[in-house]
Design a protein around this ligand. Sequence first.
Ligand SMILES: *Cc1c(COP(=O)(O)O)cnc(C)c1O
Length: 231
Amino acid sequence: MSGRAPDVVANLARVRGQIAAACRAAGRAPDSVQLVAASKTVDPQILRQTIEAGLLSYGENRVQEGAAKWPLLRQEFPGLELHLIGPLQTNKARDAVALFDVIHALDRVRLGEALARQCVAQERRPRVLVQVNTGAEQQKSGVLPAEADALLERCRRFQEFDLVGLMCIPPYEGDPRPHFEMLVKIAERHGLSELSMGMSHNYESAIEHGATQVRVGTAIFGARDYPAGGA
Ligand SMILES: *Cc1c(COP(=O)(O)O)cnc(C)c1O
């Protein structure tokens, strides 16, 4: 690492301004989009700055990193909302349900069953989103588009958690819009209201297409010193 630390509070103000502008341009209410800060690799000292600036929603990629960072911050700052935005292994369902309020990574029935069991055991009720691998990329998790309808039919029957929407990560290169449009269509077919789509380099386009949650890391915290984990 070299150079000065980024001014994360100024960055946050700029991102919030751009979200508000994108909402206005799309004829949407500014509070119809939730900013979830993607906080992988970000140090708690830095996170305190954005929390104190009023940003309360954070997304982690790895259960273990989340469990190491957030319990202490939560004691300091009640009211935080934690999202799991990275892939989830069935054997981490217990820790995931214990820590996260929103889980964006459901992509198979077996994982739904594991989450449901943990919800009962821990008396927790997270909101859950199904991740769709809209680009059918080998290295990405998420259900394939052709299998999304069947998975959603099946997962809607879980009573133990609230299935609220869909999440996607379009391929890094190329036009993200067809991916956003695909996610919107699937959500409409299933009457799901939450759309988790859009990252630092494309959240304005995602908002134009109806994103209700944008997951923004780099534009707030600066470049990470390793490539996007789990993405
Ligand atoms: C890291 C990450 C983000 C944020 O990416 P940036 O390009 O840094 O804004 C969003 N979603 C997921 C799943 C991620 O892993």
